[in-house]
Write a protein that binds this ligand. Structure first.
Ligand SMILES: [Zn+2]
Length: 336
């Protein structure tokens, strides 16, 4: 069973320190063992603290590369505060390039606020939650992983607290990624976003490409957006200027968002992530390799919106999503 967490490095004090969180864990393989979750801290002295997380899902690599790159690449003299980096949060899942932990089968982004049974994932989530009160903001880097390719997007939660909602909108603007996805009432209640919101800590998540590879364009977008957020939250003194403003604000509003495959087949996408589509517009063709007599089927968008993600796998099974169509929103607080 998992329980205590020992952090090998001091989180307070000037400079750069890198080590691990040791989570006690015992099973058939690890009799007196522990799970080691990489952790680093960079501090330029007094100021705000920001928590940067990647690798919640082990098959999402863009964020891991960005977080590890910044951990070693940022000069502490360029910081006016502290950055705590967890570049491979679900380390057991990262080790096996899986979405969920091979130790307890938990989806790390459903393990917060008591969402997971006792185990390594729940212990990691508790440690992160205990860090939140000292943080001015949280940045959590995701991608489409093995199953999807996303439009590069910032994600913020719509919250009832007016000041926190304004902070989320301002941070999403500052990130200046092409798309902002607003997470509404239907978003997971046991995600890191929900844990941060519950403590009143502003948080921006990102979706950066995907497809179980590291896309150079998504990496560049994500790295620049992370640096802009670190400056926005007061931890970094300067960041690369935004070349574009946010182009689309979207929300995944209901079940019609998913373009679902009804038969097994090879998918041929007709649209790229980030493209606006109208209801009824074809977004993919399904080729029925198992029923070669059957002509290809056209899959259409069930609502107007923006292609937020497309399937990353070529061979889809019934129930798989060929695409995810998000509804376009008016820009929130546009006249502030
Ligand atoms: Zn993820």
């Amino acid at each position: 069973l998992a329980g205590s967490v020992h952090c090998e490095i001091a989180l307070d004090g000037y400079g750069r320190r890198v080590g691990g969180l040791r989570i006690t864990y015992s099973d058939d393989v690890h009799a007196f063992g522990h799970v080691r979750v990489p952790v680093g801290v960079l501090s330029g002295g007094a100021g705000s603290t920001v928590l940067l997380v990647a690798g919640s899902h082990g098959d999402e690599y863009e964020g891991q590369a960005i977080a590890l790159g910044l951990l070693h690449g940022l000069d502490t003299t360029s910081l006016s505060g502290t950055l705590i980096v967890l570049p491979a949060l679900n380390a057991p899942a990262v080790a096996q390039a899986r979405r969920t932990s091979p130790l307890d089968q938990v989806n790390m982004n459903r393990a917060f606020l008591g969402g997971a049974p006792d185990g390594p994932s729940a212990a990691i989530a508790r440690w992160v939650q205990a860090m939140l009160p000292r943080c001015a903001a949280v940045i959590d880097l995701h991608s489409g992983g093995r199953t999807a390719v996303y439009a590069d997007a910032a994600l913020v939660t719509r919250v009832a607290d007016e000041a926190l909602w304004r902070a989320h909108v301002a941070a999403a603007r500052a990130a200046a990624l092409p798309v902002v996805q607003v997470l509404g009432a239907s978003s997971a209640s046991t995600s890191l976003n929900s844990a941060a919101a519950a403590q009143g800590v502003p948080m921006v998540a990102m979706e950066l490409g995907g497809g179980a590879r590291t896309d150079r364009s998504s990496l560049a977008h994500g790295r620049a957006a992370t640096l802009r957020l670190l400056q926005h939250f007061g931890v970094l003194q300067a960041s690369p200027p935004a070349t574009h403003a946010v182009q689309h604000w979207v929300e995944v509003s209901g079940p019609e968002a998913a373009v679902v495959v009804k038969a097994e087949g090879v998918i041929e996408p007709l649209v790229d992530p980030g493209t606006p589509v109208a209801r009824g517009e074809p977004v993919a063709i399904l080729h029925h390799w198992r029923e070669p007599e059957r002509p290809p089927s056209e899959l259409t968008a069930a609502c107007d919106g923006l292609v937020l993600a497309i399937a990353a796998r070529g061979n889809l099974k019934p129930g798989d999503h060929a695409a995810l169509i998000a509804s376009l929103l008016e820009e929130p607080l546009a006249h502030d």
